[in-house]
Design a binder for this molecule. Structure first.
Ligand code: SF4
Length: 282
């Protein structure tokens, strides 16, 4: 059986965007095609900690410069990742958190597959969804958090078409296109045709941009959104303040929120930061 690399599995609330506050199991898969060194990074060579000294992900301090999920893709954190088969991942989720439909409330906990960049791991996601279906514990609500750059592969498209077409189920695309403050280039980061193909297999989703309130950022939000709209992606836009820590976000969030409202967009805080401090496992 094939083993797949992942960073962590935990239950928390969705902290960002449309489903903020929703009870969710998170599966953070390993690997990313970007590095996003630009986020909150006035000191590009700064390291918050020496990963070699950490042996348990729960002991990792919040990474406050660059990508705050760096521990899910960077080589120096690989020793903190895990390998497991699709069946083992599904069993772990079932054993730790019970069925997605809660036995007490009858409410559905969502499954959020995140990263890193989970669309690099479509083979893993295909096998994992297959295993959940075989165990009669398919999450009714599935969110995929992606940077929107990786094309759909046929096997993944097929399993989504098979498992998520009934009106009782939902695949929700949470696409976070990376603007230039991330440090990534426009040509690599903004791929309207890729996201349009996602929208073809499920029409529900959001475009979620991280901004610093500069004119350049707002210009890029509007240009990118125009390009996604022209490709047929009509999801609502959510704006989030840059910053891994609550302090970093607080600096500009009121102004960014006002600006988002003025421009006709939704605003999203990162609520899990306020509640749990953005630690791994939250
Ligand atoms: S795309 Fe996301 S996970 Fe990948 S480096 Fe950028 S912020 Fe981090």
């Amino acid at each position: 059986m094939t083993d797949f690399r992942y960073s962590e599995i935990f239950k928390s609330i969705q902290g960002e965007g449309f489903y903020t506050g929703t009870s969710s199991v998170f599966l953070r898969l390993w690997g990313c095609n970007f590095e996003c060194r630009g986020f909150s990074n006035d000191q590009p060579d700064r390291h918050d900690t020496d990963p070699v000294t950490i042996s348990d992900l729960n002991d990792l301090p919040v990474i406050s410069h660059g990508c705050d999920s760096r521990y899910s893709w960077a080589a120096e954190y690989r020793h903190l990742s895990k390998l497991a088969s699709a069946d083992e991942i599904c069993t772990e989720i079932g054993d730790r958190f019970g069925p997605f439909c809660h036995q007490n409330s009858g409410q559905w906990c969502h499954l959020v597959i995140t990263g890193g960049e989970p669309m690099l791991s479509q083979t893993a996601m295909t096998s994992i969804l297959d295993s959940f279906a075989a165990e009669h514990n398919l999450p009714r609500y599935l969110t995929i958090e992606t940077n929107g750059t990786q094309g759909l592969r046929p096997a993944f498209r097929d399993i989504i078409t098979q498992l998520y077409q009934s009106p009782d189920t939902e695949l929700y695309w949470s696409v976070s296109p990376k603007l230039s403050i991330s440090g990534e280039t426009w040509d690599q980061a903004i791929k309207p045709d890729v996201v349009a193909a996602y929208a073809e297999i499920s029409q529900t989703g959001q475009l979620k941009y991280v901004v610093d309130n500069s004119e350049q950022c707002w210009h890029e939000v509007e240009t990118a959104t125009r390009e996604y709209r022209a490709a047929g992606v009509n999801w609502d836009v959510w704006i989030m303040p840059v910053g891994a820590t609550a302090d970093q976000q607080h600096k500009h969030q009121e102004d960014i929120c006002q600006q988002a409202l003025k421009r006709g967009y939704h605003f999203s805080a990162r609520v899990h930061n306020w509640i749990f401090g953005n630690k791994p496992g939250t």
